[in-house]
Each structure stands twice: as C-alpha cells, then as structure tokens.
Design a protein around this ligand. Structure first.
Ligand code: C2E
Ligand code: MG
Ligand code: MG
Ligand code: MG
Length: 280
C-alpha cells in the first residue's frame, strides 16, 4: 500500500501543500470580510524620551479580533495580506484609524505626540502614496507633524522610487523612521541622502546588549552614526533596566519596550499620555 512505501510519502506532502494554500485562500477571504466587518483593531505602544522620561510617541500596531479565533497577532496575517495585495486596503485603514484616533486624543486635551504607522512594501511602492497620506491627514484633521511613517531598509532598494516618495512625504511634513534598522541592506551612501528623521535600532541588537560585546558595539555605533547624520535614534524591545543604563550612557534619544508597556488598546492610551512620563 501507499502507506508502507516510504517513497510515496510525497503524495502526502502534496496533499499538505494543497491544504496550506487552501488555508491561505480562506484566510484571504476572511480578511476581506474582516475589513468590512471592522474586525481589525489598533493597539498602541508608547515611545519614551530617555533623558526626561517623557512619552514622545505611540506606535500603532494592528491586531485582528477574530470572532472565533480570538486576537490574532500581525505576524500571522500581515505576510498573507502582503502576498495577496490586501495589505494596501488594510494599510490605508490603519493609516486613517491611527490619524483619527490621534486627533481625537488631542481634541480631548491630552498631550500631543506623533503616532507611528508601519508601512508595507506594497503600500510604499504605490505611486500615489503621498496623495493618499495627504488626503487621510486632511480628512482626519491631524497635523502632519503628528504622523510618523515607519519603513524598512528593504523598501529603499529601488533608490529612485524611494527618493521620490520620501521627498514627497517629507514635503507634507510627516516624519520618516527606518524600522528594524541593522537587519536589512542599507547603503550608507543613500542613507546620507534620504530625507529621514529617525533610526529604530532592531530589538535583536538590543536584547543582549549587556552580555554580547558585539551587540554593544553595534548599538553604540548606530547611535553615534545617527547623531552624526543628524538623525534621532530609538531602541526597540527594551526589557531591562540594564539595557536602559547602556542606552542612557550612549546618549540614545528614545526607547520603546515591554519594560514600561506592551502595545495597549486605544482605550488605555489616555492613562499613558496623561502622566507623560514612565513610572519611576
Ligand atoms: P515592528 O514594527 O518592529 O513592531 C515592534 C514589535 O515588537 C511589535 O510586535 C511589538 O509588540 C513588539 N515589541 C515591542 N516591545 C517589545 C519588547 O520589549 N520585547 C519584545 N519581544 N517585543 C516587543 P507586533 O505588534 O506583534 O508586530 C509585529 C510586526 O508586525 C511589526 O514589527 C510590524 O513589522 C508588523 N506590523 C504591525 N502592525 C502593522 C501594520 O499596521 N502595518 C504593517 N504593514 N505592518 C505591521
Ligand atoms: Mg514598527
Ligand atoms: Mg517592522
Ligand atoms: Mg521594528
């Protein structure tokens, strides 16, 4: 029988592959519905100024509140949305929702801070992205300086497109951050010329900052380089006081991580903004 013949196991694998593409199709279909049914929600993680402890920003991070499967993290659906192209629609929803909520917090009298929104590759490659951002800002009434767009190094590979797009976005007055910095292929030559405002040091370098001298050297070098290029620099994934000490010693500007707060639902943001500083 097929079962006894190990060589024929490939039949089973073919079956499994079909299952997983079926699963993807189902997921795509469900995501389309989820957009219409408003099942996506934004969580926000505060970013702190290290020297003063003040909240200087909020990163918007999308979650899918699935009616049966509960809260699904972005790592489980963003790649599928990216592959299917649905990310463009989802990304626009994220942008609009983040701008709307940030304006609402400002209108409620809370301290004004920029909201950071992650862009996907497909969104960034759209020719009309700057127009879309402009119209979303206009509709929400949020001033452009209160929107920060996070892109990754891989999005700057098409240098011509990236330059045009970033120049247009910067003209609008929004801020640009490079996310997960150090994990991609950044050419320092272009980094020097791109109109960007901030580098976000990837958390894989921050994690072992105290134990691994190579990580320590890399983080120290990124901070020094950012400052020499007149860029702000923020450390991602800060979880310990020891990491904070290192970052403070090397004059890193900002930090973000579980040490003070995980991403929280929008309803909890007022409690974070009101004191405007991390506890202690
Ligand atoms: P990211 O943009 O680098 O976001 C930071 C991720 O690190 C978030 O995971 C956050 O919850 C997590 N994090 C923050 N502090 C810590 C920490 O101290 N320790 C650890 N271990 N993790 C920490 P999350 O929310 O699961 O998002 C994962 C990724 O999904 C994001 O990475 C981003 O690339 C993507 N993503 C999230 N929301 C969106 C979105 O609206 N659009 C797009 N295109 N991508 C998104
Ligand atoms: Mg990010
Ligand atoms: Mg990222
Ligand atoms: Mg990141």
């Amino acid at each position: 029988t097929v079962k006894e013949n190990g060589r024929n196991d490939c039949m089973l694998y073919t079956g499994e592959l079909d299952n997983s593409s079926l699963e993807k199709l189902t997921m795509q279909h469900e995501m389309r519905q989820a957009l219409n049914r408003n099942e996506f929600v934004l969580y926000y993680q505060p970013q702190y100024h290290i020297a003063t402890g003040k909240v200087v920003g909020l990163e918007a991070l999308v979650r899918w509140r699935h009616p049966e499967r509960g809260m699904i993290p972005p790592t489980q659906f963003i790649p599928i949305a990216e592959e299917s192209g649905l990310i463009v629609q989802l990304g626009e929803w994220v942008l609009a929702e983040a701008c709307r909520q940030n304006k609402a917090w400002q209108d409620a009298g809370l301290p004004a801070v920029p909201v950071s929104v992650n862009l996907s590759m497909r969104q960034f490659l759209q020719q009309n992205l700057p127009d879309k951002v402009a119209s979303i800002l206009h509709q929400s009434g949020l001033r452009s300086e209160y929107l920060d767009l996070e892109i990754t190094e891989s999005m700057t590979m098409d240098v011509q497109h990236a330059t045009t797009c970033l120049v247009e976005l910067t003209k609008l007055g929004v801020c640009i951050s490079i996310d997960d910095f150090g994990t991609g292929y950044s050419s320092f030559h272009y980094l020097k010329n791109f109109p960007i405002n901030r580098l976000k040091i990837d958390r894989s370098f921050v994690r072992d900052i105290q134990q691994d001298p190579n990580d320590a050297a890399i983080v120290a070098a990124i901070i020094a380089m950012a400052h020499n290029l007149n860029l702000q620099v923020i450390a991602e994934g800060v979880e310990t006081e020891g990491q904070v000490e290192f970052l403070r010693k090397h004059a890193c500007d900002e930090m973000q991580g579980y040490l003070w707060s995980p991403p929280v639902p929008g309803g909890q943001v007022a409690d974070i903004l009101r004191p405007l500083a991390y506890p202690g």
